[in-house]
Design a binder for this molecule. Structure first.
Ligand code: MN
Length: 202
């Protein structure tokens, strides 16, 4: 069973004015679709075919650049669409909130750490909020399409929130103003989904 490009649960214009429709459409139908197609080509006929994406990335041979780049791209974008929400964004709450406050002192402390990780990632990559086995949360960033599920990458936890800081994620609307895009992203986080992933992964 090949991987399929996931459908978005909202329309391409649903995140405006924070993320514009044209960026969303190109990002989903071109970039994410490309990673999906190339991942399927890379694993076809190998022992990776039929495994879950989490298993593929967790046991990844980091020298396998086709699976590393396209498997990462497939997984990362699926998470990214899910942790944004135009309507019912919810609020950071429950055990996830407790873990964030323990790690960063407050929501503002978390926001500063996450924004800094996203803003200082040189070139293309991602910033993450991850949960470790004991339930502690950490912020890290990774280059290209790497993510912390991969062996030895980032903080090594399970990502529960991620922001794409490749220029293709924001350039049409924000040009070089990555900090403005990061600030906008913080306003459209689907905290209900982050919390759901926290409870699943802790
Ligand atoms: Mn992207």
């Amino acid at each position: 069973m090949a991987f399929e490009l996931p459908k978005l649960e909202y329309s391409y214009d649903a995140l405006e004015p924070y993320i514009d429709a044209r960026t969303m459409e190109i990002h989903h139908t071109k970039h994410h679709n490309g990673y999906t197609t190339k991942l399927n080509a890379a694993i076809e006929g190998t022992n990776l075919a039929g495994q879950s994406i989490e298993d593929i990335l967790g046991n990844l041979d980091m020298n396998n650049s086709a699976v590393r780049n396209n498997g990462g791209g497939f997984y990362n974008h699926g998470l990214y669409w899910d942790v944004m929400n135009p309507n019912d964004k919810g609020r950071l709450s429950g055990d996830c909130r407790d873990a964030v406050e323990k790690a960063f002192g407050s929501y503002e402390g978390f926001k500063d750490a996450f924004s800094k990780a996203a803003g200082t990632r040189f070139g293309s990559g991602w910033a993450w909020l991850c949960v470790q086995n004991g339930g502690e949360v950490e912020v890290c960033s990774t280059p290209n399409q790497d993510n912390p599920l991969m062996p030895g990458v980032g903080c090594g936890g399970t990502p529960i929130l991620g922001i794409d800081v490749w220029e293709h994620a924001y350039y049409l609307n924000y040009q070089n103003r990555r900090p403005d895009y990061i600030e906008a992203f913080m306003k459209i986080i689907n905290w209900n989904e982050v919390e759901r992933r926290y409870e699943l992964s802790r």
